[in-house]
Design a protein around this ligand. Sequence first.
Ligand SMILES: [Zn+2]
Length: 291
Amino acid sequence: MKFITCSVFILVTLIWTSSIFGYGVCTTEGGKEIKWQNPDATYLVNNSGGPSGSIGALLEGMQPWTDVATSEFVFDYGGTTSSTAHGENDGANIVTFGSLPVGTLAENRFWFRTSPPPREGEILDSDIRFNTYYTWNTTGSSGTYDLQNVGTHEHGHSLCLIDLYSGTDSEKTMYGSASSGETKKRTLEQDDIDGITYLYTCPNLPSRIEGTNNEYDFLQDAYDNTPNLGTFQSQATAFVENLLIDINKTVYVKAGYDCSYSNNILKSTINGDINLTDGMLTLESGTLEIQ
Ligand SMILES: [Zn+2]
């Protein structure tokens, strides 16, 4: 087993890397990806030393990763703890506020298996600490550091995405430095989404006929195969297609689902047109945006 630290530094470190991907993943010395065996992780929080509203801000920092529809990964909140353990392989993933070297805003320390195959690289324990040398806020106010902003970044390390330092990475959640008053890491950029999707790809296709296992890559195929008065569902992702409603039937759509089709709290997007020449398509729930 091995132990790794990932930190967010305040100062911009001028390390220029080149990669064909816009994200980076952790690997073992043998080159195997480091990740959770199951696509979920539960975190306990010890909010002692944090600003008021810490727990809410930390949960907000987890949510964007859970909400990526093209990934099946889910972060869960396990409640509060009095433990101050940081970097201990104790089977509990814990968020704490405490002392860290000056210059480090926060860090994620995690343990993973170095052997045997095929479990090499499996994450066993991940702890996050915020440095109380710095002043934290939950509002994005200037002069101090936004907990949700840095928390979203640290939970990216939990997945195991790595810091990025190229100038072209500066808007991404996984950019390896943060400023006071900054909130831009709260929302994921497409490369952050691509990173979690690469590691924890959703096993379900992005549209399906409700109540069946008939799943499709395109809304057109879902529409074509849905019977009269039937319903198809779409995940919260972008569909690049033109949708033609041309069959003499009435079909309902429920949009914005997560990977498991259990919640539709988000938005599906069509990068294209919807043309209706026959029949009817009715949005029954969720948001379907045409761009
Ligand atoms: Zn980092």
